[in-house]
Design a protein around this ligand. Sequence first.
Ligand SMILES: Nc1ncnc2c1ncn2[C@@H]1O[C@H](COP(=O)(O)OP(=O)(O)OP(=O)(O)O)[C@@H](O)[C@H]1O
Length: 262
Amino acid sequence: MQLKIDNMTFSYGEKETIKDISLHVNEGEFVGLIGPNGSGKSTLLKNICRALTPDAGMAVLDGENILSMNHKRLALKIGAVGQENEVPFDFTVEEIVAMGRTPHKKLFEIDNEYDKYMTNHALEHVGMAHMAKRSYRSLSGGEKQRVVIARVIAQESEFLILDEPTNHLDISYQMQVFDFVKRLQITVLSAIHDLNMAALYCDRIYVLKAGKIVLHGTPEEVLTPENILDIYGVHCDTIVHPITGKVSITFLPEGIYAQTKR
Ligand SMILES: Nc1ncnc2c1ncn2[C@@H]1O[C@H](COP(=O)(O)OP(=O)(O)OP(=O)(O)O)[C@@H](O)[C@H]1O
């Protein structure tokens, strides 16, 4: 699966929130989207998976225009995990995950053995199989996040759009989610706040600032102290970690940064 976005623009009312965005995600790549709060990451991702409709621009997945696909076809192609994971009714954990199978089924078709297998398999992967019968609404933020990730695993789509998928998760589940997504070897576009996680898992990174892409490249090219200062106004030190071979960022609190300048 290959995604190409050309000159995408979107406004909430009068406010132009993403401006003339062009990016691409190659087959099998894990591409990160970083940028300060409010820079437009979620808005861009919502426009790509049709939760919002762009005012201008194109979104093409393997040569097919996403903006004119019907929703069932879109769900077969793209799995999405958003930041807000509330549901309008009180479903069980298992029911939420089984919803991931819907795009594969006809209207009113009941779950077959493979659907049940995929639902259990996905729940086991996120460590939630023992809570299968629990009410989704009664879960903690992190548990809900894991269930929503299980739903997207059960969906078996070839392209994943993730909006800060590890938001509520402790470090163990953060690593598990990203490790699992990596192992799937599918194409991923993910908003990520944690720059060290972005450095560890992304093949390439795009930086959004005030609705525009201001930088893109490999983590090594993008995550330099100068760029991080420019994007976030924060001082840091970076090294290439001897074990991971990836950029590792240490943020410098004001007091410590001042000492380095003495
Ligand atoms: N439904 C909405 N109506 C009006 N403005 C909105 C709406 N949703 C988001 N915005 C505004 O659009 C801008 C971009 O928001 P968005 O959520 O896309 O940013 P983000 O980069 O994902 O932020 P964060 O890192 O905080 O999740 C912000 O100024 C936000 O207040």
